[in-house]
Design a protein around this ligand. Structure first.
Ligand code: AMP
Ligand code: ZN
Ligand code: ZN
Length: 416
């Protein structure tokens, strides 16, 4: 059942991975095969821009990103995030090639019955190894002799499968974007033996301004320019080192952003008593269970809500790849794009932008750009699921990918 919706050839491998996942935190690293000699000098930089909707590329003046896209690969309609379209689930899907159902990171906040504990993305508990299943690309690289370095990335604050990147920093939002870029550049100046071959950097914008001011807010436009300037700084640094054309750079976002309004709120208490439910996550994606265990009755009540889709976890549509993890609540729901869920007596949400919706909502489409010696300049690819990025990174590094939910197929036409 777990593998129903996966590429058939990968079923057996994934089943093994899932079995191994539970033991992953305590297992010693496996012996590391030597890297293929031809691959030993390939270098890949991955930049993650939080909440950079694909459409910002069309509406914004972002000179560095536009120049990058012109000389590299862009997408027609963007990259399809995984459901739920939230930060932790998606940056970790990008890193592992696993849907949140299989990666363990089923939301920004969720409950694990096996450990009787809550994962809360901004709390130190998120650094415990047992949450993080699968194998992030920095672990795959490290195990195969390619040193990795992360200047913040979801999951990189934790030891996963007994592995950490050779260099990493504890997440600290106060570190300026320029300092993050300069750290990446400084790592490229290390002596050859310790110089990382995989470098990853994370930036909170334009997500933060997108939440406050909406996807079309002036401040959100400025935040797009801020990350654009970060790319420009990186490019200048690479050009100064005469390596801009010899390193592959992949730029990704975790999800997009859509406008919300106080007029578009659906209230749960119109159909259920708040004391009768255990709500793990509220909006835009609902994770809930009945306190009395009668989830059929709860589902029947929730189905009366307008603008909301709700399912028993086993009945979530296959296209969402969601519902088998024990960390997912008995009932899963999602409100229509641009709507929010709330309690009537609850505090009104102050922001103007949100994500977390069904990944078919067009505004959730995420930025994907790539450029470098392995990519055909000026090429475009159709939309693809973000779990495919892990295989791409493995291919660029010349290493063997761990079993995962993705495929290299979307990139084959644009790879050299
Ligand atoms: P979201 O609430 O889904 O919009 O998540 C975005 C927020 O996630 C950002 O504003 C960051 O503060 C936070 N974040 C991103 N990476 C990390 C990390 N590695 N550790 C803790 N928080 C993070
Ligand atoms: Zn995000
Ligand atoms: Zn956000």
């Amino acid at each position: 059942m777990i593998t129903q919706s996966l590429v058939p050839l990968r079923r057996a491998a994934l089943a093994l991975l899932l079995l191994a996942g539970a033991a992953c935190a305590s297992a010693a690293p496996r012996p590391t095969p030597a890297p293929p000699p031809s691959a030993s000098s390939r270098r890949v930089i991955v930049l993650g821009f939080d909440g950079f909707a694909r459409r910002y590329l069309d509406v914004d003046s972002a000179p560095a990103l536009h120049a990058f896209a012109r000389s590299g690969v862009t997408t027609t309609h963007g990259m399809i995030p995984s459901f739920p379209t939230v930060t932790f689930s998606n940056f970790y899907a990008l890193a592992t090639g696993l849907y949140p159902d299989h990666s363990g990171i089923v939301n920004n906040r969720f409950y694990d019955p096996a450990h009787d504990s809550m994962f809360v993305y901004k709390d130190p508990i998120a650094h415990e190894s047992y949450w993080w299943l699968g194998e992030p690309i920095w672990a795959t690289a490290t195990k195969q002799g390619a040193p990795a370095a992360t200047m913040f990335w979801v999951g990189s604050d934790a030891e996963i499968g007994g592995v950490r990147p050779a260099r990493w920093h504890s997440y600290d939002h106060a570190v300026s974007f320029s300092a993050r870029v300069d750290t990446l550049l400084a790592w490229l100046d290390l002596p050859a033996a310790s110089r990382p071959r995989l470098l990853m950097g994370y930036f909170e914008e334009p997500d933060m301004q997108g939440h406050k001011h909406g996807p079309d807010g002036v401040e959100t436009r400025e935040a797009v320019l801020r990350v654009d300037s970060s790319l420009a700084r990186l490019v200048r640094g690479l050009e100064a080192r005469k390596i801009y054309d010899s390193v592959d750079i992949v730029i990704v976002a975790d999800h997009g952003m859509t406008e919300i309004s106080p007029e578009r709120v659906v209230y749960l208490d119109d159909v259920v008593d708040s004391a009768s439910v255990h709500v793990v996550n509220m909006t835009p994606n609902l994770m809930v269970g009945a306190r009395d265990g009668d989830n059929d009755a709860l589902l029947a009540r929730l189905k009366k809500l307008p603008h909301v889709s709700v399912w028993k976890k086993n009945d979530v549509p296959a296209r969402l790849h969601y519902g088998t993890s024990p960390r997912i609540t008995p009932i899963v729901g999602v409100v229509d794009g641009g709507w929010m869920l709330g309690w009537r007596r609850g505090k009104a949400y102050g922001g103007r932008g949100e994500h977390g919706y069904d990944n078919a909502v067009p505004e959730m489409r995420a930025l994907f750009l790539a450029r470098g010696p392995d990519f055909r300049p000026g090429s475009t690819i159709a939309e693809f699921p973000n779990v495919d990025v892990y295989d791409l990174l493995a291919r660029l590094l010349g290493i063997t990918a761990a079993p995962n939910d993705g495929t290299l197929a979307p990139f084959v036409p644009v790879l050299r």
